[in-house]
Design a protein around this ligand. Structure first.
Ligand code: ATP
Ligand code: MG
Length: 428
């Protein structure tokens, strides 16, 4: 009797070797670019106290109301798998005494968890590249973060994304707007869905963020925030726009862009795509000057963004810009115990001499024919063949595997590493 098969968890994906080249291209590009912009990587736990997310994200959000993976651990602590990274990054900055007037440009990457309805571009475990600038108040860092994300698309060869920006003003200036908005929604109470009725008193701004199609035309006629902005927020926004203009970064001001999280103030931005259907947001960010004090740290201005890795990988797949990695560059074919041992020695010498090249050895024996079949399948450019006969004469057969790459030649074992290196240089 065979055992029943264990099923994968719904909405949680395996990233297979056939897809990994795009992930690695994306991650390496992000790492290089963040380094170039002088951001530092930080690593924080995947699990935090449930209260952290409740306080940081806000009770009246889809994430906190419906989507968190929360549980009690064996010691009775209320914990949650992180649904986003900002809360943990800020918690870490506070816990480690990193504030005290200091400034930090930080980033992290990793899995996030939300119990949503899985569909194309929307999963229960997904990944974000998260970037946070803590201790910066001015519009210059807002522009830098947007420029960084813009440079990221350029380096990845992704063109089907556009930038939307808006200003949420300060919490104070939002108060008048909020009252106006509450009145408006109250006068359209019949059109509101259940979530929106609940949010009407708690946080009416969230209703603007609703994805419910039956409410869209009513939402479109709601009062808009820019009419209520305070003078300082207006200046901040004007300076940001001037900097983006100077950098030649195109954007649209979307007065209805209100990020889903409570702690945002002033600048919000979102990169959207028309290439992925309904899941159109690929990178969302904004300023959260109020969050750190809300979490018990000293009041510190900050701004950050999060990029959805799976959605960017999907864009890369369409753009076909990720380099395709060959499985191996050199494949060593060997027969006879002594020749196999020598092939292992040669493989290690090649790996040391040619970092970046992929050197694969035949494992598990087999006749030459079977070994050549594996060599072909490996995608290697070159096979090095070593039998007892070759070993006795101190030579190795060097056999190009791709068409038009030249004839097989016999080379000396003692200089094989140099000869193989020269062969690859001639190919470039
Ligand atoms: P959406 O409007 O698509 O639900 P969101 O506003 O909930 O996105 P954020 O919390 O701002 O998203 O997260 C930042 C980015 O993470 C999003 O722009 C998106 O690219 C990605 N993302 C969010 N939720 C998911 C998910 N469930 N699956 C895959 N990617 C996601
Ligand atoms: Mg969401």
């Amino acid at each position: 009797m065979t055992a029943s098969m264990i099923q994968p968890v719904k909405g949680m994906n395996d990233v297979l070797p056939t897809e990994i080249a795009r992930w690695q291209f994306l991650e390496a590009t992000a790492r290089d670019l963040l380094h170039a912009y002088a951001f530092e990587e930080m690593r924080v736990p995947v699990v935090e106290q449930t209260d952290l997310f409740k306080r940081a994200i806000g009770e009246y959000t889809d994430v906190v109301e419906k989507e968190m993976y929360s549980f009690e651990d064996k010691g009775g602590e209320r914990l949650t798998l992180r649904p986003e990274a900002t809360a943990g990054m800020v918690r870490a900055a506070i816990s480690n005494g990193m504030l005290r007037g200091a400034r930090h440009k930080l980033w992290c990457v990793g899995p996030m968890f939300r119990h949503e309805k899985p569909q194309k571009g929307r999963f229960r475990q997904f990944h974000q590249i998260d970037v946070e600038a803590i201790g910066f108040a001015g519009p210059d860092i807002d522009a830098e973060l947007i420029a960084l994300s813009n440079a990221f698309w350029q380096r990845l060869g992704i063109t089907r994304v556009t930038l939307q920006i808006n200003s949420l003003g300060t919490a104070d200036s939002r108060r008048a707007y909020r009252a106006e908005l509450t009145d408006y929604f109250r006068s359209h109470y019949d059109t509101l869905d259940e979530d929106s009725c609940r949010r009407l008193e708690g946080n009416p701004l969230r209703i603007l963020d609703s994805k419910n199609p039956t409410m869209q035309s009513m939402i479109a006629k709601a009062p808009i925030l820019p009419d209520y902005l305070d003078a300082e927020s207006k200046d901040h926004f004007a300076e940001l726009r001037a900097m983006l203009d100077a950098l030649g970064i195109a954007y649209a001001v979307n007065p209805r862009l209100v990020r889903g999280l409570d702690y945002y103030s002033r600048t919000v931005f979102e990169w959207v795509t028309d290439a992925l259907g309904a899941q159109d947001a690929v990178c969302s960010g904004g300023r959260y000057d109020g969050l750190i004090s809300q979490l018990g740290g000293e009041a510190t201005p900050a701004i950050g963004f999060a990029m959805g890795v799976e959605r960017v990988v999907a864009l890369l797949e369409q753009a076909e810009t990720a380099p395709k990695a060959a499985l191996a560059d050199v494949y060593l074919v060997a027969q006879g115990a002594a020749a196999v041992r020598e092939s292992f020695r040669l493989a290690d010498a090649l790996r040391s001499a040619m970092p970046g090249r992929r050197i694969d050895t035949n494992l598990g024996g087999g006749n030459f024919k079977a070994q050549f079949r594996r060599a072909d399948r490996s995608g290697a450019a070159l096979a090095l063949v070593l039998g007892e006969n070759e070993l006795a004469r101190g030579v190795v057969q060097m056999k190009p595997l791709r068409e038009g790459a030249g004839e097989a030649t016999e080379i000396s074992l003692t200089t094989a590493v140099e000869t193989v290196g020269q062969w690859f240089s001639r190919q470039e």
